[in-house]
Design a protein around this ligand. Structure first.
Ligand code: ADE
Length: 259
């Protein structure tokens, strides 16, 4: 996958290029990263990249032309590699990204040019003329599109075949089946009086699978009921969820009795 980013803060992208799973995948050539600073596409002595908004008001607006030239350079890198890039603008003015949205972006295009804006925004005409899709990472406002672009990069790169080793990919499946993950434990088996659920030390793989599925269903039901409502659960899952509810109710009762 070819990813190019238009940003006034190229060094920020060291976070994905030089660390962790995204770094390893970069070294394996599963993806490549180009970073373009719109300031490098400005002719004037002051290297101006923004100006005051028409109509007045606070803040500055990023100029269309330096961004336009940076997008051209980024698309050219992708075209030279035989990839037709799609331009994505990171903005809180869009639908929030989901697991399905990340998978769709990965399937739709082998090249993405991510436009990370700063300040109050970007001249709307640049968005009209050059942007194929707008993406938000959630209903809150950040100071710029850099962190959102890196969120998208990390989520995309994890999906590339070979980016995760076996151990890592197993846990990843959990969200994609529409459920939250089950709880995880490691040594010691007693930490400050809190014990690991005995089934996990039983060696009974079927029982462990069942317990994990039950916890995933139960957690999703407790924390994200709308996610459970969106699923059609089979008989076995419905039974596990019912067991979870009963166990939960029993626990509550015990806790109340202890008080
Ligand atoms: N830029 C600023 N806030 C953002 C958000 N929530 N998502 C995407 N881009 C942004």
């Amino acid at each position: 996958m070819y990813i190019d980013v238009i940003t006034l803060f190229p060094e920020m992208f060291d976070a994905v290029a030089k660390h962790g799973i995204t770094r390893r995948a970069l070294e394996q050539h599963l993806w490549s990263l180009g970073v373009w600073n719109p300031r490098d596409f400005v002719e004037d002595n002051y290297r101006t990249i923004d100006d005051r908004p028409y109509g007045g008001g606070p803040g500055m607006v990023m100029l269309a032309e330096p961004l336009n030239a940076a997008i051209d350079a980024a698309l050219k890198r992708q075209q030279d590699a035989g990839v037709a890039g799609k331009v994505v603008y990171l903005t809180p003015q869009a639908k929030p990204l989901t697991d399905a949205g990340v998978r769709r972006l990965k399937e739709e295009s082998a090249g993405l040019v991510l436009l990370a804006g700063r300040y109050e925004g970007v001249d709307e005409r640049l968005i009209e003329a050059r942007v194929d899709e707008e993406v938000s990472i959630g209903d809150y406002v950040l100071s710029g599109g850099e962190l959102p672009a890196m969120v998208l990069i990390d989520a995309l790169v994890r999906l590339l075949p070979g980016a995760l080793n076996d151990g890592e990919s197993a846990s990843q499946d959990s969200y994609s089946d529409g459920l939250l993950d089950w709880p995880h434990y490691t040594r010691p088996d007693d930490w400050k009086g809190r014990k690991v659920p005995p089934v996990l030390q039983s060696g009974n793989h079927a029982a462990i699978e069942k317990w994990r599925r039950k916890q995933a269903l139960g957690r999703t039901w407790l924390r994200r009921p709308e996610m459970i409502a969106a699923l059609t659960l089979n008989k076995q899952d419905l039974k596990l969820l019912e067991e979870f509810r009963q166990e939960q109710a029993q626990q509550r009762q015990q806790e109340q009795q202890q008080q």
